[in-house]
Design a protein around this ligand. Structure first.
Ligand code: ADP
Ligand code: MG
Ligand code: MG
Length: 252
């Protein structure tokens, strides 16, 4: 089964240390949630794991299915089955949604083993229907002019189409109304299997009402400071973060 293991990760942006000893292990079949205040390094973690060049790893290790993740090129990480739904998905003019997803699927396959156009279209129609995305979106340029909620659904569409081994969903719930939130949650729940692990990064507990995490981690100042079960998310929603800061003697 899939495995993502991060140990004592330190990451700097422009010589400022953002991640300060971050560690986590996610196996297939598990859904983990990370909650934490703004600016604590959650998106930095996601970008660093995907290999974004602006993020300098100064210390620590990460392995994906036993391989050294930090030595892998960005496209190798994706092809190995690591997926990131970005907090702020980019708009790409001139590339349609369908083209983008189809080439992403095929880049993970051997020559001669590419997905047939018919099969791709059927598969995409099916997933778009599930996510209640209008079929015209296939032919629109990637995220161009999409609303916030449409971009988030589109990230989940990519996940369902690419069938990654481990997915990192960075604030996939932000800007969604309750109906869209349920649709997105259903997409994640449909992926649940022993062959899939997920890291949900979120500010709010409400998505976790629909996708029950196995573990909830609190992130502050660049590392995980507390872990627990779903009840931890509920307490954070009710009481905020101050009690944890007090407990740990953290000042901000
Ligand atoms: P979170 O996702 O938890 O809100 P981020 O990872 O986005 O936090 O940001 C963590 C810290 O890194 C913040 O202090 C932010 O200002 C800083 N930061 C993030 N991205 C950049 C960047 N590209 N250049 C400089 N500083 C950045
Ligand atoms: Mg933020
Ligand atoms: Mg963020």
């Amino acid at each position: 089964t899939p495995n993502l293991k991060v140990d004592d990760l330190h990451v700097s942006i422009e010589d400022k240390e953002i991640l300060k000893g971050f560690g986590i292990e996610i196996n297939g079949g598990e859904i983990h949630a990370i909650m934490g205040p703004n600016g604590t390094g959650k998106s930095t973690l996601a970008s660093a794991l995907m290999g974004h060049p602006n993020y300098e790893i100064t210390k620590g290790n990460a392995t994906f299915n036993g391989e050294d993740l930090l030595e892998m090129e960005v496209d190798e990480r994706a092809q190995a089955g690591l997926f990131l739904a970005m907090q702020y998905p980019s708009e790409v003019s001139g590339v349609t949604n369908a083209d983008f997803i189809r080439s992403a699927i095929n880049s993970g396959r051997e020559e001669g083993d590419e997905i047939s156009l018919m099969k791709f279209i059927r598969h995409m129609d099916d997933k778009m229907g599930k996510l209640e995305i209008d079929s015209s979106f296939q032919h629109r340029y990637l995220n161009e002019g999409f609303s916030g909620g449409e971009k988030k659904r589109n990230e989940i569409l990519q996940m369902l189409m690419l069938e990654p081994k481990i997915a990192i969903l960075d604030e996939i719930d932000s800007g969604l109304d309750i109906d869209a939130l349920k649709v997105v949650a259903q997409g994640v729940n449909d992926m649940r299997s022993d062959d899939f692990g997920c890291l949900i990064i979120t500010h709010y507990q409400r998505l976790l009402n629909y996708v029950t995490p196995d573990k909830v981690h609190v992130m502050m100042q660049g590392r995980i400071v507390k872990s627990g079960g779903p009840e931890l998310a509920e307490r954070l929603e009710a009481e905020g973060y101050d009690w944890i800061k007090n407990e740990l003697g953290i000042e901000d």
